[in-house]
Design a protein around this ligand. Structure first.
Ligand SMILES: *Cc1c(COP(=O)(O)O)cnc(C)c1O
Length: 429
């Protein structure tokens, strides 16, 4: 999957059916390429599997993975809803023409301004993270004469077995309200008492880059148990259950292969059986994939600027990008597959550290990668960079952010232009 069909007739790397080295010379480096058709296909996997598994279902794209107009427009065309976690992401969804009714507004610390902006723009659902937000939302919705639909974000107490930085479902998470402590029940009671609020359901998201089926089953289990218990206690049955995102993607060959359609069908079977047992009507099921929609649609290309061999120690390949365009290795040692677009078949007999451009020793793309012998001017490609790269990019060292070039069929076009020094200086007074 990671490395299938990667070589063209000239022996060079191809991506989305196009020659990476030709594209890199045309658009310059560093550069992000995005395979539009791959994004559409990933959306369809969710759409189809969820429509088969459930009577009522909606996949929602977690836009934080890659929040640009072109991508939001594609996922909306494919019939997905959109998650936002800030007014800034909401603004982008609005520019992309996403139907506001299909927007879900997340976040654990929304300001009054953000809440107001969401209500004014007719956001379909707020996913309310706690009581402070709930009361603020009720007040603001009341002022604007709106009865706001919401989901309650709950913490089901599940450990997703992933990087600590992206685990969110355990009891001590900063997100949501725990079920275990009884706080979720109090949260629900409060929400049901507010006339400005319409409680449509519950939400749980336990983590990201998760491969174990059991995690999603346990999450569904905990949520259905809560639904059953609140029905018995309060007579409240939600219309919607949002199971969050988090299905893992393959960054390197050693990552397990996850068949998302199959995983969804297993979760669906489990939910249907469990609801039948508990005499519950199956709620409308929502899922929030981010990474698994865009990660494998992305490829970043760099140019080697320096080759450095320290005898008896490390070999460095220093490239013209790094943590500023992809902070994931610096943040949590994320693994990536690194290829050489114009030297695909040369022996990879030199163990290298791919160092970045920034003035920070931790600025690396990857360590201990077997690479062919490269020189200044050679290209290096990093696969699976569509999620949490551009969206986490910074201007550290005043490095302009790379452009995003869309590849669609035989076409390529700039979706986001390269940042300029003027852009970086533009806000200074
Ligand atoms: C990050 C996040 C997602 C998406 O997670 P992925 O791993 O990118 O699929 C979905 N829902 C919530 C609430 C999130 O915070």
């Amino acid at each position: 999957m990671i490395c299938e069909n990667i070589q063209n007739r000239e022996g060079r790397l191809q991506f989305a059916g196009q020659d990476v080295s030709v594209l890199a010379r045309e658009y310059g480096t560093p550069v992000y390429f995005l395979d539009a058709e791959r994004i559409r296909r990933n959306c369809r996997v969710y759409k189809h599997a969820m429509n088969v598994g459930f009577e009522r279902a909606l996949p929602i794209f977690a836009s934080k993975a890659l929040c640009i107009k072109h991508v939001l427009a594609i996922v909306a065309q494919e019939g997905l809803g959109v998650d936002v976690v800030s007014a800034g992401e909401l603004y982008m969804a609005k520019l992309a023409g996403v139907n506001m009714e299909n927007i879900f507004f997340h976040g654990c610390s929304k300001s009054d301004e953000e809440i107001g902006y969401g209500v004014e723009n007719g956001v379909g659902y707020f996913i309310v993270d706690g009581e402070d937000e709930l009361l603020a939302l009720a007040r603001i919705a009341g002022e604007k004469g709106v009865r706001q639909k919401i989901l309650l974000r709950l913490t089901p107490g599940i450990d997703p077995h992933t990087f600590e930085a992206v685990a969110t479902g355990q009891l001590d998470s900063k997100f949501g309200v725990p079920i275990e402590t009884g706080q979720a029940e109090a949260f629900l009671r409060l929400a049901l008492s507010l006339p400005e609020i319409q409680v449509c359901g519950y939400h749980a998201h336990v983590g990201s880059q998760v491969f174990e089926s059991q995690v999603f089953r346990d999450t569904a289990d905990a949520m259905l148990a809560f639904i059953g218990s609140m029905r018995d206690k309060l007579g409240f049955v939600p219309q919607m259950l949002n199971l969050g995102g988090g299905y893992g993607v393959r960054y390197v060959e050693s990552d397990p292969y996850l068949d998302i359609a199959w995983e969804i069908s297993k979760v669906a079977g489990y939910i249907r059986r469990r609801c039948a047992q508990d005499k519950l009507q199956v709620p409308m099921i929502l899922m929030e994939p981010g990474r698994s929609i865009v990660a494998d649609a992305g490829l970043t290309v760099y140019t080697v600027e320096a080759v450095k061999a320290i005898p008896g120690s490390k070999n460095y390949l220093c490239v013209d990008g790094g943590m500023a365009d992809n902070p994931r290795y610096a943040l949590y040692g994320a693994a990536y597959t690194v290829l050489t677009p114009e030297k695909l078949n040369m022996p990879r007999d030199l163990v290298c550290t791919i160092g970045g451009h920034c003035c920070e020793s931790g600025d690396m793309i990857q360590e201990n990668v077997p690479m062919p012998r490269l020189s200044r001017g050679d290209l290096v490609a990093v696969l699976t960079t569509g999620a949490y790269n551009y969206s986490m990019a910074s201007n550290y060292n005043n490095v302009p952010r790379p452009p995003i070039v869309m590849l669609d069929g035989s076409r390529s076009y700039v979706a986001v232009r390269r940042e300029t020094y003027e852009d970086i200086a533009a806000r200074e007074l």
